[in-house]
Design a protein around this ligand. Structure first.
Ligand SMILES: [Zn+2]
Length: 447
């Protein structure tokens, strides 16, 4: 058996060696439970009081995610990842209720578990916020957290006309000596975001607006104007790379692993616990423990009421509205999960920018080519920078380099075949949609 093997691993082996047999016992218990059930029973997820006992384990994430989709009934199977002390990862597809039951029996120091947030499937809004406390002694993390939640609720209200309050935000703390660290989960019961990429778009938009407002004198923003400038300035912290917002923007990448409630990183002994300043409360329906409720409600991709769920999409900022969840979301996302690099919102913003630039011309065609480049074919505007005037019959086109966030003009005229205009930077409000984890446009501002 090796890590590259395609064969699902025999249950229990992985934990058996890494968790010194602890998981072996768990596996035995699970096997016994299974045996007590009638033969050939389909392990369908059941109610809170009757856990499903569906469980599959994989070395490979894509196989685990595919399994969760295939066997998930109404999206109730989630994909978790366990990391052993050697850094090896094992993917577990199961019902969250079962996951919790197993998880509770794992010793604290070995609870290195994450939820996999499947790309292109709906999830709740979340934040990872942190800063070094040693160099930010004057910072009040609790107040900053509260402000950030309020701002986010205002954005959701403004964009989707949806009322979101502190009472739905689960606030988990993982602070330790020298570090303030929290996870915030907007556990809105009736709406979720289209996917975590779009959550990232909203978060980046919020951060971008805060940075713009704080760093320029005359910048205006109708949502942020409800807050004092000092409240917004307080959200910036000192880092070794300069002053930045205390929001981590790198947690919205595809199939992101997000640490679960009560889990720790290896050797850090800094478990995510229920924060003292958490204001969340919900109608308690289950007779299970508070910990169980917190765990279930803090999962980002567990959507038991998926079909009744409203979907918040950041796709077209002009027509933001709550859409209804449908199976088609699943179908669409399966198709494009490997090819689609950016959200529709990203391309819309680029499209709008080019359209305005080339008036009275218009875009005839847009295509994504190799190396993360996009070509816009233009008609109705033949102004070529090479000759400084319009061509009589040949059209021009623009090439966008999404890696460098620059654009340049080229031309279909034979005389201009080797011409490339001087690259121009994409405006910040367009470029930010194409930021990835290596970019730091939004993270740092001048001190
Ligand atoms: Zn030309």
């Amino acid at each position: 058996m090796n890590e590259q093997g395609n064969v699902p691993i025999v249950s229990g082996k992985f934990y058996g060696t890494s968790l010194n047999g602890i998981y072996d016992d768990l596996e035995k218990r699970i096997e016994q439970t299974k045996r007590q059930q009638p033969a050939n029973i389909e392990y369908k997820p059941k109610s809170l009081l009757q856990p499903s006992r569906y469980k599959e384990e994989f070395w490979k994430q894509n196989e685990a995610l595919a399994n969760a989709i295939e066997f998930g009934n109404d999206d109730v199977l989630c994909c978790f990842v366990f990391q052993n002390e050697l850094g090896k990862r094992r993917f577990i597809v199961t019902h969250p209720e079962d996951m919790w039951e197993d998880f509770e029996h794992v010793p604290m120091e070995k609870r290195v578990f994450y939820e996999v947030i499947p790309e292109n499937l709906p999830c709740f809004l979340y934040y990872d916020i942190e800063f070094e406390t040693d160099i930010n002694k004057d910072k009040d993390g609790i107040k900053m957290t509260s402000t950030l939640i309020d701002i986010t609720c205002e954005y959701i209200a403004k964009y989707w006309n949806y009322r979101c309050e502190k009472s739905v935000v689960i606030n988990l703390d993982s602070s330790r000596d020298g570090k303030f660290s929290k996870h915030l989960i907007f556990s809105t019961k009736d709406v979720a975001f289209k996917n975590n990429f779009e959550v990232g778009c909203l978060v980046k938009k919020i951060c971008f607006d805060i940075i713009s407002l704080v760093s320029s004198e005359n910048s205006e923003n109708d949502i942020l104007s409800k807050f004092n400038k000092s409240e917004l300035e307080e959200l910036f912290v000192k880092t070794t790379k300069g002053k930045k917002l205390f929001v981590d923007l790198n947690v919205y990448t595809k199939n992101r692993h997000f640490r679960i409630y009560k889990a720790t990183k290896w050797g850090k002994n800094s478990h995510l616990v229920h924060a003292k300043d958490c204001k969340c409360h919900w109608n308690k329906k289950s007779r299970k423990s508070n910990d169980f409720d917190l765990f279930i409600n803090s999962l980002l991709s567990y959507l038991p009421n998926a079909k009744k769920l409203g979907i918040l999409s950041f796709n077209d900022p002009k027509s933001l509205q709550i859409q209804h969840y449908s199976q088609s979301i699943k179908a669409q996302t399966k198709q494009c999960s490997n090819s689609k690099l950016y959200s529709e919102a990203s391309y819309n913003s680029l499209n709008n920018f080019i359209s305005n630039l080339i008036k009275p011309g218009r875009i005839r065609d847009m295509k994504h080519i190799a190396n993360n480049h996009v070509i816009f074919e233009i008609v109705g505007n033949r102004f070529c920078q090479n000759i400084g005037r319009w061509h009589k019959s040949n059209n021009i086109y623009f090439v966008i380099d999404l890696n460098k966030k620059v654009m340049y003009q080229k031309c279909h005229d034979e005389d201009c075949q080797y011409f490339t205009s001087v690259p121009k930077k994409l405006p910040v409000e367009v470029a930010f949609y194409f930021e990835d984890e290596t970019d730091c446009l939004f993270s740092t501002i001048e001190d």
